[in-house]
Design a protein around this ligand. Structure first.
Ligand code: NAD
Length: 294
């Protein structure tokens, strides 16, 4: 397929790379010239604008930081929707507010263009390995058309519901992840302050009723687990700043829908404080340092 890929950052770059490996013809665009050159070296074609990249594409994929970037790329007189053919399949994998995803979807549908929100879970590691989870929102026909393309970048492809549902599921998941990571860090710090070995305590909780994803694959205590950000000075992984963005989306959504989220709000405050104290560029498991400084 001819695919235009726009947004070649930490996530978009390895995702686009996997689509090239899967045999698709990619035309790529980013505001960063080195990001484009990197993909061109792997067999993609370069474009000078998002519009040029999408000109003859069967499918457009965007992987942008936030909702206002997505609106800027798609909407308005110079946005992509103004120039795309109605045959084009549009997939936005950025994590943005469900309202913004619905707004872009409505504008696409008004022009007969098929649109799907498809945010991802799995981080940079999953993007590189091609094992991302895609959480899709849109019509069944959009999901069916998208699936073979998404399978080139991911392992689990879910259809959460109509437009915006992918974003809702994604922010629910990340709110829970923030709560789990904070709680796990808190329990580990309490144990260590009582003289316990964090590795032994982790193993006990993992095999007990406190077991969870953080303990299984992403232990926040330095040195307990090999290869995770905690054992690499909290470098790489999923940044505190991005977690704060997603928790902000969850809080706004909770207000709109009158949903009580006391645990999410507490996690939001913890991560906001942690970020404000200079940890925004660290992996989110660095919330461990908030509880225990060696
Ligand atoms: P990033 O900041 O590394 O990359 C974003 C890219 O978009 C940059 O290269 C930037 O130059 C480009 N860009 C911005 N505006 C543009 C425009 N108008 N036209 C073309 N390119 C433009 O971000 P990322 O880590 O790749 O994350 C992308 C999205 O995926 C975010 O919404 C994030 O929340 C989500 N996400 C990230 C992770 C992660 O672990 N990093 C995991 C899951 C989901």
């Amino acid at each position: 397929m001819d695919i235009a890929f726009i947004g070649l950052g930490n996530m978009g770059s390895p995702m686009a790379s996997n689509l090239v490996k899967a045999g698709h013809n990619l035309t790529v665009f980013d505001l960063s010239e080195p990001a484009i050159s990197d993909l061109v070296a792997q067999g993609a074609k370069s474009a000078e604008s998002a519009r040029q990249a999408a000109a003859s594409a069967d499918c457009v994929i965007t992987m942008l930081p936030a909702g206002h970037h997505v609106e800027a790329v798609y909407l308005g007189d110079s946005g992509l929707l103004a120039s795309l053919s109605s045959e084009t399949l549009v997939i936005d994998s950025s994590t943005i507010a469900p309202e913004v995803a619905r707004k872009v979807a409505e504008a696409a549908v008004a022009k007969g263009i098929t649109f799907m929100d498809a945010p991802v879970s799995g981080g940079v590691g999953g993007a590189k390995a091609g094992t991302l989870t895609f959480i899709c929102g849109g019509e069944q026909k959009a999901f069916d058309r998208s699936r073979p393309i998404l399978e080139g970048m991911g392992k689990n492809i879910f259809h959460a519901g109509p437009h915006g549902a992918g974003q809702v599921a994604k922010i629910c998941n990340n709110m829970l992840l923030a709560i789990l990571m904070s709680g796990t860090s808190e329990a580990l710090a309490l144990g260590v302050k009582n003289g316990l070995d964090p590795a032994v305590l982790s193993e006990i909780m993992k095999q007990s009723s406190g077991g969870n994803w953080a303990l299984n694959v992403y232990n926040p205590w330095p040195g307990v687990m090999e290869g995770v950000p905690a054992s690499k000075g909290y470098q790489g992984g999923f940044l505190v700043d991005l977690m704060n963005k997603d928790l902000g989306l969850a809080m706004e959504n909770a207000v709109t829908n009158k949903a009580p989220v006391p645990m999410g709000a507490l996690a939001r405050n913890l991560f906001a404080l942690h970020g404000a104290q200079g940890s925004g560029g660290l992996d989110f498991s660095s919330i461990q340092r908030f509880y225990y400084q060696e």
